[in-house]
Write a protein that binds this ligand. Sequence first.
Ligand code: HEM
Ligand SMILES: *[C@@H]1O[C@H](CO)[C@@H](O)[C@H](O)[C@H]1NC(C)=O
Ligand SMILES: *[C@@H]1O[C@H](CO)[C@@H](O)[C@H](O)[C@H]1NC(C)=O
Ligand SMILES: *[C@@H]1O[C@H](CO)[C@@H](O)[C@H](O)[C@H]1NC(C)=O
Length: 332
Amino acid sequence: METRSFNILVLALLTVPFVLAMTGVQAQLSTDFYKNTCPNVESIVSQVVANKFQQTFVTAPATLRLLFHDCFVRGCDASVMLASPDSKAEKDHPDNLSLAGDGFDTVIKAKAALDQDARCKNQVSCADILALATRDVVVLTGGPNYTVELGRRDVRISTISSVQRHLPKPEFNLDQLNSMFAANGLTQRDMIALSGAHTLGFSHCSKFSKRIYNFSPGTKTTIDPALNRKYALQLRQMCPLKVDPRIAIDMDPTTPRIFDNAYFKNLQQGKGLLSSDQVLFTDQRSKATVDEFASNSTAFNQAFITAITKLGRVGVLTGRKGEIRIDCTRPN
Ligand code: HEM
Ligand SMILES: *[C@@H]1O[C@H](CO)[C@@H](O)[C@H](O)[C@H]1NC(C)=O
Ligand SMILES: *[C@@H]1O[C@H](CO)[C@@H](O)[C@H](O)[C@H]1NC(C)=O
Ligand SMILES: *[C@@H]1O[C@H](CO)[C@@H](O)[C@H](O)[C@H]1NC(C)=O
């Protein structure tokens, strides 16, 4: 009897890690997830993204930023697409510089194209479409190509309230940036590489106006000393005190439409537009990585691929969790 219960105990103990491993496997993404259900998913999505990119360059930064926001708010589950019920009206408004509008539109158009394919209809999650479209815009703008892990499912509930709380602010210092990225399983090196996404796209003047007009209230220091003075004066011209709130400035003043490592070279010259950009160079703890990415684009590309792949795993719903949303803007 004693050996028997011992055997059962051993069996039970051996089963625990096995079951854990099984559930672990189930919770993982894979690169060939749609092999049987929608084998052409990658080419269908990239065709749509390429068409949209030809119509408007903003497709690239908007899609990239949308992925970041999606993954940081609850995980990469397309929650961001539900988060703003007014998004349609907003993005269609011609004067509205809600920069994410074209990102939403890219995913919606890719979803529509997938629905045209009998095999793919209602098979591919909005979260996966966004991950694929992001890779495509990175490649279209000259960035590195990489294999996208797939198998995410879409969340059922909308999360309007949690949006702002989980996103980094442009005034964040290195510790604040690190802790918010660490909470998502990302290292400082990942955070610096992902910040390289600011090689594309725009920022509204309000996000950095304090740095050029009102850095240290009550003193003579109106311009942030970390900011290149000549660049700061140019920014003042583009962003006068009574600026139209819709005006947006290239975040990479050198090659704003190319996904390259110019962002890091800019930081070395005091041309990081946001305080959270420049701090990566001024803080000694992150400076060496900025210098490395500035001088070695291969190192940046590799680190970016590692980091965006990790970003794409944050809080994903897999297996039987969540759903394949029929309309990316609404739960089924
Ligand atoms: C490190 C912390 C980060 C902060 C504080 C930050 C903050 C910002 C801010 C304030 C803007 C300008 C928004 C506006 O004025 O409308 C912006 C734009 C942008 N961000 Fe970030 N961001 C961060 C990280 C990231 C990451 C990790 C990515 C993607 C991987 C990303 C991608 C973008 C893109 C592409 C734009 C341009 C959007 C466009 O032109 O439509 N950002 N970010
Ligand atoms: C865009 O327009 C909507 C209303 O149409 C408004 O709520 C929103 O703040 C605007 N966004 C920007 C960035 O101006
Ligand atoms: C990018 O890589 C994927 C495989 O991971 C491949 O299918 C695709 O054709 C590549 N895209 C380009 C533009 O080279
Ligand atoms: C650039 O980075 C890559 C990848 O980390 C590395 O293999 C290579 O040696 C680096 N090149 C130089 C010149 O340091």
